[in-house]
Design a protein around this ligand. Structure first.
Ligand code: GLU
Length: 465
């Protein structure tokens, strides 16, 4: 049954989708899904100087990679200008907003005088209409801004679903400019009109917006709109406890894709960043949606923990099916200009490595060894492809030419070679690894040979004997 829960994610496209934004999106999405409600994507692109189409695309890419599908939108604020202007007109007509002709110089002077008197600088209401007050005649040739007529008395209060009750005295809020002299609406105003028009019931967003909330509530009330519930999420700190920033490196969501993380690992990780369900650390997207609530969001800041993310990523890789991993690895190889068709079936390669890697790039590194002829370092060659090593490889090569190509027979061929030359396992296995894959450490050598295939193995050994 669909409910009336409507949430939105409202990013400003001034940069990529970062980890904090992704968590906000995830919580808004999950809350809507949990209540069979509607999740809306709204692009807040009114900061024309800083918004870019590339950033919009990065946001859409990030959300789609994480599987955060919107039911409505994306809506673009720049396409809603007429709507905002119409509402400003309605407010002027209703007297909940008014034109202010004060020039910038005049307002600067006003603030300076207030500061000199030891007062907090604020708009003094000089153009605010009041019963019985006579306003000056509008100066000729001046385009006015439009200000919201904020209530002067009482408090604005809301029960924040994360932070608890918050109250601000109206005396602290001056009359906000809602339209600039050129008629363009301002940030807080657009948010309010959209939240109302889109019927948002729960505003889940970063707590950097707490200061905007009392103003937004006052404007919503002036419009006769229902005030949504607010849940302000605490910020995310970096591994080092400082505010999460670009300094912390991989903060763009798509950077995690590049770095070889699975989206379900990132989702699981973000879900636990400030929210908990008992001691559960590993859970599916479906479980998260079934469990998600706003009561278990912690009001304190969450700290990023790269180690934990890596642990989750390794877990999800280990439990992913081979075909899915193979498809991912194939595209990573293609991006490195390695043709996966030149190697053995990728499914069998990833099966051999998926329990040993921390990320998908490491899986692709391993797969690359199977596709591209081995290029061992001079050091490895000198250390392991000694005369004794080469002699062992030569007799092993002869055995491998007609052995049954499966692990136990391959293992027997290695053992026979050891016996023939009086060598221990590593004295045969390591030269074999270096010759076939170019590295000294691999999964069990019989499994490696089986996957690599007779033809490749003989050809690769053949370069040294
Ligand atoms: N556009 C704002 C931001 O990116 C979010 C506004 C909101 O959620 O109300 O920070």
């Amino acid at each position: 049954m669909a409910s009336n829960v409507r949430t939105r994610f409202a990013p400003s496209p001034t940069g990529y989708l970062h980890i904090g934004g992704a968590r906000t999106a995830l919580f808004s999405w999950a809350f809507a899904r949990r209540h069979a409600g509607t999740f809306i994507l709204r692009i807040e692109d009114t900061d024309v100087a800083r918004s870019t189409p590339a950033a919009v695309q990065a946001i859409l890419d990030g959300m789609s990679w994480l599987g955060l599908d919107a039911d409505e939108g994306p809506f673009y604020q720049m396409q809603r200008m007429d709507r905002y202007k119409a509402v400003i007109g309605e407010m002027l007509a209703a007297g909940t907003a008014y034109r202010c002709y004060a020039s910038t110089e005049e307002l600067d002077r006003m603030r300076e005088e207030q500061r000199a008197r030891g007062e907090k600088p604020r708009y003094d209401g000089r153009w605010r209409p009041e019963p019985g007050k006579v306003l000056p005649a509008p100066p000729a040739g001046v385009e006015p801004v439009v200000r919201f007529r904020n209530p002067v008395e009482g408090v604005v209060a809301w029960d924040d679903l994360v932070k608890g009750r918050i109250e601000i005295a109206n005396a602290e809020l001056d009359d906000l400019v809602i339209a600039r002299a050129d008629g363009t609406p301002t940030y807080n105003f657009c948010v309010v009109v959209d939240d109302r028009d889109m019927g948002i019931t729960h505003v889940i967003r970063g707590d950097d917006h707490v200061n905007n909330t009392p103003r937004q509530i006052n404007i919503l009330r002036a419009l006769g709109a229902e005030v949504p519930l607010y849940a302000h999420l605490s910020m995310i700190l970096g591994d080092d406890g400082a505010k999460l920033s670009k300094r912390h490196g991989a903060v763009s969501v798509m950077q995690y894709f590049d770095d070889g993380y699975l989206p379900e690992a990132v989702i699981n990780y973000l879900a636990r960043l400030g929210w908990s369900h008992g001691d559960d650390e590993i859970f599916t997207r479906e479980q998260f949606v079934a469990w998600f609530d706003l009561d278990h969001i912690t009001p304190s800041a969450a700290q990023f923990n790269t180690e934990k993310l890596n642990w989750l990523n390794a877990h999800y890789i280990k439990h992913s099916d081979d075909a899915r991993l193979a498809a991912d690895v194939a595209s990573r190889l293609a991006r490195r200009s390695v043709d996966p068709e030149t190697g053995p079936r990728l499914e069998s390669v990833v099966a051999l490595y998926k329990e040993r890697v921390a990320n998908l790039n490491e899986l692709a590194d391993a797969a690359e060894l199977y596709c591209v002829e081995a290029h061992p370092s001079d050091e490895l060659l000198a250390q392991h492809l000694t005369d004794a090593g080469r002699a062992a490889l030569a007799s092993l090569k002869a055995r491998l030419a007609d052995v049954a190509w499966e692990k136990s027979a391959l293992n027997q061929a290695i053992k026979d070679t050891m016996a023939e030359h009086g060598l221990k396992m590593p004295q045969v296995a390591i030269p074999l690894r270096v010759a076939t894959l170019g590295v000294a450490q691999t999964p069990a050598i019989d499994a490696v040979l089986e996957v690599l295939g007779r033809e490749r193995v003989l050809k690769r050994i053949g370069r040294y004997v």
